[in-house]
Ligand binder design. Structure first.
Ligand code: AMP
Length: 142
């Protein structure tokens, strides 16, 4: 059973605190979007709220709204950069559902559901992630 007690040492809390590096795509006062380092498809982005929420049940409406607004920006940029319409939006609640990082996050994956690889399985090339993050960042700023 997943505990709903927020662990301040989880990896996304460290990213939000700037304690470990991330390839950021977009940031505002309530959210951060960055490249998934072990992507399920090229261009896999995670959107996280700047709120200590383990999963969807703990996300307050203001942060839920902010996550969705950021997700729309990111998705639009993914469509532009990857010239594809299909983006999978995924979000796992609880270890039983496959959640591995216990800070709420929305996955945005330029892929079809049937071609998704395993997430969290293989580290992507760091330079490629940096290039993809820059391309998405530029598309959002357009
Ligand atoms: P979930 O299984 O839904 O909790 O997804 C966690 C995601 O976080 C996986 O897709 C991992 O590849 C990703 N991930 C883990 N560590 C990092 C990290 N340091 N930076 C970016 N993504 C990460």
């Amino acid at each position: 059973m997943t505990t709903l007690t927020y662990d301040d040492n989880n990896i996304f809390a460290k990213i939000l605190a700037g304690a470990i590096p991330s390839h950021n795509v977009y940031e505002d006062d309530k959210t951060l979007a960055f490249m998934d380092v072990m992507p399920q498809a090229k261009g896999h982005v995670l959107v996280v709220p700047k709120q200590k929420a383990v999963d969807l049940s703990q996300l307050t409406p203001d942060y839920a709204q902010a996550v969705l607004m950021t997700a729309q920006k990111v998705m639009q940029a993914q469509r532009q950069v990857f010239e594809r319409e299909g983006i999978v939006q995924m979000q796992l609640n609880g270890a039983q559902a496959g959640q591995t990082v216990f800070h709420y996050h929305m996955h945005l994956i330029p892929a079809s559901l049937h071609e998704l690889g395993k997430h969290g399985a293989q580290l992507a090339d760091r330079d490629e992630l940096a290039n993809l993050a820059n391309a998405l960042k530029a598309a959002i700023a357009d």
